[in-house]
Design a protein around this ligand. Structure first.
Ligand code: GLV
Ligand code: MG
Length: 347
């Protein structure tokens, strides 16, 4: 294991120093754009004000014969737009693909100073992060990049889930992780063809109450274990956990419910693969105004965060003060970007 001092050293002479703390950023939705399609690239200027993060997708869903166009399209998209406070990410092809190396070799020198985060798919263990970390440092040094490009891992293989803590700890470049339920289902041999969400047959049957009484099946969350494991790994290393894709665009209620479960468990955002999912993510990953109002009451009642008070019949103490702070800190971040919500929150 590296010593703490070495952990924060740049990995190439001339590369920017790694961050000690992640930059503060609102990332409720990571909006996927297929950059080989000019028609969709043309929507980017309008999207910038509507989403928190724009991601140029180079990996799955991009046909093999469009991989180079997607990479070049991403570079153009990055060059031609001013993203302001909206994050600019790309999902590169996976490490063992024929495209990964050129994705890095072309994108970092061309637009590395505008790129906030590289999403790395199919991460199996810390060795994958170490490789990208070193390569990025070399490319940053050679291209005169002034701020470190962060790494976001997709958790989407059985081995990756097994190694999730080591992945989180692999580099100060780690930004966070997203659950990739489609690849993960395949890797684990799960019997579902859905991209995220539940499955009607994954359920618990109520006890039998006599021959005639109907028995109710209660659907369970297929992703609970993995999201929980990812949240613990991320938060213990100061990283950000995200739910990934929800593929059934015709079922916004199920998407909202999947996003909300992730939010309640600690996730900060999800992917939007369709414009209709942008508003859903915004709604779910901005804290509920009633919850913010109650959290503000707790903070006001316990100015130094210690002791015990009763509010609306509920006991509050140092721990609930911390819970309230999580919600109010997020609400303040949302309010700094969204004047409408700032007013609703009274912040
Ligand atoms: C995302 O990449 C997934 O495999 O779900
Ligand atoms: Mg995947």
């Amino acid at each position: 294991m590296k010593t703490p001092r070495a952990f924060y050293q740049p990995l190439a002479i001339g590369a920017p120093s790694p961050y000690r703390e992640l930059p503060v950023a609102l990332e409720r939705m990571i909006h996927f754009v297929p950059p080989h399609l000019e028609k969709l690239r043309a929507k980017v200027p309008d999207l910038i004000s509507k989403v928190d993060v724009i991601l140029g997708n180079l990996e799955d869903a991009i046909p093999a014969d469009a991989k180079i166009d997607a990479r070049r399209g991403f570079i153009r998209m990055a060059e031609e737009n001013d993203f302001g406070k909206t994050g600019l990410w790309t999902r590169v092809n996976c490490l063992n693909s024929p495209w990964f190396l050129d994705d890095l070799m072309e994108i970092v020198p061309a637009v590395g100073n505008k790129l906030d985060v590289i999403m790395l798919p199919k991460v199996e263990g810390p060795w994958d992060i170490h490789y990208l970390d070193q390569l990025l440092a070399q490319l940053e040094a050679r291209s005169g990049i002034t701020k470190p490009i962060l790494i976001h891992a997709i958790l989407e293989t059985a081995e990756g889930v097994k190694n999730v803590e080591a992945i989180a700890a692999a580099s100060p470049r780690m930004h966070g992780m997203s659950l990739g339920p489609a690849d993960l289902a395949a890797s684990r041999g799960m019997k579902t063809t859905r991209v995220g969400g539940g499955h009607p047959d994954y359920s618990v049957l109520a006890d039998a109450a006599g021959e005639a009484a109907p028995r109710t099946a209660y659907q369970q969350d297929l992703w609970h274990y993995t999201v929980a494991k990812m949240v613990d790994a991320c938060l213990s290393y100061g990283l950000k956990p995200f739910y990934g894709p929800f593929g059934d665009f015709s079922d916004p209620a199920a998407c909202e419910s999947q996003f909300r479960n992730a939010f309640l468990m600690g996730c900060l955002g999800a992917w939007s693969l369709h414009p209709s999912q942008i508003e859903l993510a915004k709604k779910v990953f901005s804290p509920d105004p009633a919850e913010v109002a109650f959290a503000l009451k707790i903070l006001e009642a316990m100015p130094d965060g210690t002791g015990a008070v009763m509010i609306d019949g509920k006991m509050q103490d140092d721990a609930t003060w911390k819970q309230a702070k999580v919600i109010v800190d997020l609400a303040r971040l949302v309010a700094s970007k969204d004047p409408e919500l700032a007013q609703v929150y009274g912040l």
